[in-house]
Design a binder for this molecule. Structure first.
Ligand code: COA
Length: 162
């Protein structure tokens, strides 16, 4: 990773419909309907622009899109943002890109007046690596909703102050 050029891009382009699908599918973490939703958010942004409410940051390695995050202002708040998606292509995972992406979106959110980033994830065992990732990014576990996704599948809400 040392000699690679890492860049960030905030404006989605048409090819990102495929990039997002590829990245999300590669993780093996999401159901088909979730993959469709992730792609729909890119489509919505391409069609409606910033009016869509969906902001994106893509991380590229030597011009290849390696990961992305999608976030947006929570309606009826002035400084709180939801992180809707964050994912790194499986072949690039565990190399520090997720953390770089997180740092970049924190900067972006701070620039537009945000103070809190809310991140939801499942408490299921499969998501322990994801929980560890948020903890290593200094996010604080703020709430737990019992049986939220299903019986014995609680929702965890992390917050990152920026
Ligand atoms: C979660 C995700 C975005 C993290 O990106 P990444 O590039 O793999 O993470 P990084 O290499 O930047 O790791 C950053 C930190 O998280 C920790 N971490 C990342 N993956 C981990 C794992 N599988 N197990 C334990 N810790 C992990 C690392 O130890 C590292 O901590 P450190 O800096 O203190 O050493 C990525 O793994 C991913 O796409 N996962 C599947 C999709 C997902 O769960 N998305 C979030 C829900 S929408």
């Amino acid at each position: 990773m040392n000699n690679n050029t890492i860049t960030f891009r905030n404006n989605p382009i048409q090819e990102d419909l495929q990039n997002v699908k590829r990245i999300i599918e590669s993780t093996g973490f999401f159901y088909d309907f979730e993959i469709d939703v992730a792609v729909e958010l890119v489509d919505e942004r391409l069609n409606k622009g910033l009016e869509s409410g969906y902001l994106f940051t893509f991380i590229e390695i030597d011009n290849e899109v390696a990961g992305y995050a999608c976030f947006g202002l929570i309606p009826c708040t002035v400084c709180s943002y939801d992180l809707y998606w964050i994912a790194v292509d499986n072949k690039f995972r565990g190399q520090g890109l997720g953390k770089k992406l997180m740092t970049e979106i924190e900067k972006e959110i701070a620039k537009i007046g945000g103070h809190n980033i809310y991140i939801e994830t499942s408490a299921r065992e499969k998501y322990i690596p994801t929980q560890n990732f948020y903890i290593s990014c200094n996010c604080t576990l703020e709430a737990r909703f019992k049986d939220f996704y299903d019986i014995d599948d609680d929702k965890l809400v992390y917050v990152k102050k920026v």
